[in-house]
Write a protein that binds this ligand. Structure first.
Ligand code: HEM
Ligand SMILES: [Ca+2]
Ligand SMILES: [Ca+2]
Length: 309
């Protein structure tokens, strides 16, 4: 099974128990850290968004150009749990040395995170290779979306990967898990010109008052406070869509998709039908996980996730 494409049975001969081992390791991480699933899900998106799903995000700094690694970008603020991927990798190296890529481990960790928190069981094809090309913080700055992007920019990011309109709205449902830092929200709370109407951005006023209490100033220190992405940040459910329809979206883009005429009907459908959301999320996830995947002789299986062999 070492062809030129990702395959569902890629490790059937070379590492038949890879999925069981990753699941086992993930369970023990989840039991000690309830915030881990959200961290793995975001790690996966940020890896795929810069140069493709190739574990480039795990590479650390040392190189002769002395440039910052991808992870140092401010857009990667709050990214955690990379070291757990390295730990799972070292366990897999004992069982099937040189076989399983770090990029596949990131994708498997993300799908286990969705399942463990109550979301759908997603089957993903495997066989991604790890990048042999180093990435820099500038690439992450340029490719990772800002919380206030427009719906057009948002749709462009995903349609360019073959993700359709409905699937794009579904993949943002990942914001059913986890938190955001005040630094990513304060612009929405304090950049009003005098005389502006507080109602104009469609944000629920009680919600806005709560956010202002949690994030009282633009001063960087208080920006380290976190706020939940939805009402149930530990559960993968469709609450995110219900929240954004009520004007309780945390980031600008969360609010925007609940009012744009192209995306609003889809948000309504996901809010009304969790199963339907799960199905569309699953197909979006598989597409996202295949972004620029390196296969066959492109790329390598790293021996250690934080460095090119
Ligand atoms: C394309 C539009 C997107 C934008 C603008 C965006 C923006 C953000 C921002 C600003 C944060 C908060 C980071 C912090 O303050 O610590 C965040 C958190 C998060 N994002 Fe996104 N995101 C997008 C898409 C996605 C996608 C596609 C996924 C996964 C498939 C995802 C998964 C997450 C998760 C799970 C968190 C919570 C992380 C945690 O609790 O540590 N996001 N996102
Ligand atoms: Ca990458
Ligand atoms: Ca939730």
């Amino acid at each position: 099974a070492h062809g030129t494409q990702l395959a569902y049975d890629y490790y059937k001969l070379s590492c038949p128990f890879v999925e069981t081992i990753v699941k086992e390791e993930m369970l023990s991480i989840f039991l000690t850290d309830v915030s881990a699933p959200s961290a793995f899900l975001r790690l996966f998106f940020h890896d795929c968004q810069v140069q493709g799903c190739d574990a480039s995000i795990l590479l650390d700094s040392h190189d002769y150009f002395n440039q910052n690694p991808e992870l140092a970008s401010s857009k990667n603020f709050g990214i955690r749990k990379q070291e757990n991927i390295g730990h799972i990798k070292s366990r897999l190296e004992l069982v099937c040395p040189g076989q399983v890529s770090c990029a596949d481990i990131i994708a498997l960790a993300a799908k286990e995170s969705v399942l463990f928190t109550g979301g759908p069981h997603i089957n993903i094809p495997l066989g991604r290779k790890d990048s042999t090309i180093r990435t820099y913080s500038k690439q992450a700055d340029a490719n990772l979306p800002s919380p206030g992007i427009t719906v057009d920019q948002f749709l462009h990011i995903f349609t360019s990967k073959g993700v359709n309109l409905e699937e794009s709205v579904a993949i943002l449902g990942a914001h059913t898990l986890g938190v955001g830092h005040c630094m990513n929200i304060v612009n929405r709370l304090y950049d009003k010109k005098p005389g502006d109407d507080d109602h104009q951005d469609g944000m629920d006023l009680a919600f806005k008052a709560m956010l202002r209490l949690k994030c009282p100033t633009r001063v960087p220190l208080t920006n380290l406070t976190v706020v939940s992405n939805d009402l149930t940040p530990l559960v993968f459910d469709n609450q995110y869509y219900t929240n954004i329809l009520m004007g309780k979206g945390l980031f600008g883009i969360d609010s925007s998709i609940s009012s744009d005429p192209r995306t609003k009907p889809i948000v309504g459908r996901f809010a009304a039908d969790q199963n339907y959301f799960f199905n569309v999320f699953s197909s979006a996830f598989v597409k996202l996980s295949s972004t620029n995947a390196l296969t066959h002789k492109k790329g390598e299986v790293r021996r250690q996730c934080n460095r090119i062999n």
